[in-house]
Design a binder for this molecule. Structure first.
Ligand code: ZN
Length: 201
């Protein structure tokens, strides 16, 4: 094991930060050094913000989003179209769609996608609550905003079957040419999908 270069408190901070996605031990050491140098203006406020967040973060019992209130800020927003539910795999996907600001609907976070090889079955996904919401009478469309992977598409098919009797329109994201994409650079799968999901101009 590498020799410690700082006290145990600092080493612990480095170890914890190194577990963050996108940070390894090297970046974590650099970040901790930066925090130590800026302890008044950065380390202390960050520690306080994290303490408050750790106390208050809850999972929204309606949609599965993470927030400091339940129902979450999105579920409470009166300007949202509650007749549309956008189904996503993770909170990260929900946040990505919100950043795009293309739709002001409500969401449903599944928590995972079906993956028999990894032992992830329907019981591991937040499906009963989705069916409950979709059949509440308020919802007219469920948009499946799932990854264009085998797992994402398997899950989309499963949910489409599950909601076939719910009396709601089930749609999915288009597959095709990315904005700014050049045809010459696309893989065959993306090109075929784009041709199959062509639309009238
Ligand atoms: Zn919510």
């Amino acid at each position: 094991m590498a020799q410690s270069l700082a006290g145990p408190e600092i080493e612990r901070l480095i170890q914890l930060l190194a577990r963050m996605p996108g940070l390894g031990p090297r970046s974590a050491r650099r970040a901790v050094l930066h925090l130590m140098r800026k302890r008044e203006e950065l380390l202390a406020p960050l520690a306080e913000a994290m303490r408050v967040a750790a106390e208050r973060i809850v999972t929204c019992t309606t949609c599965g989003n993470l927030d400091t209130q339940d129902p979450c800020t999105i579920c409470r927003d009166p300007r949202r179209d509650r007749s549309i539910i956008v189904v996503v795999e993770s909170v990260a996907d929900l946040w990505a769609l919100e950043r795009a600001a293309a739709i002001r609907a409500s969401y449903h976070v599944l928590g995972a996608t079906l993956s028999p090889f990894d032992g992830i079955g329907p019981e591991d996904l937040a499906l009963p609550r989705l069916v409950e919401r979709a059949t509440s009478g308020e919802v007219r469309e469920v948009i499946l905003a799932l990854n264009a992977t085998v797992e994402g598409q398997t899950t989309a098919h499963y949910i489409t079957d599950l909601l076939s009797e719910a009396g709601v329109k089930v749609t999915r994201l288009a597959h095709g040419v990315p904005v700014g994409g050049e045809l010459d650079y696309l893989d065959e799968g993306t090109l075929s999908a784009a041709l199959l999901s062509r639309t009238l101009v």
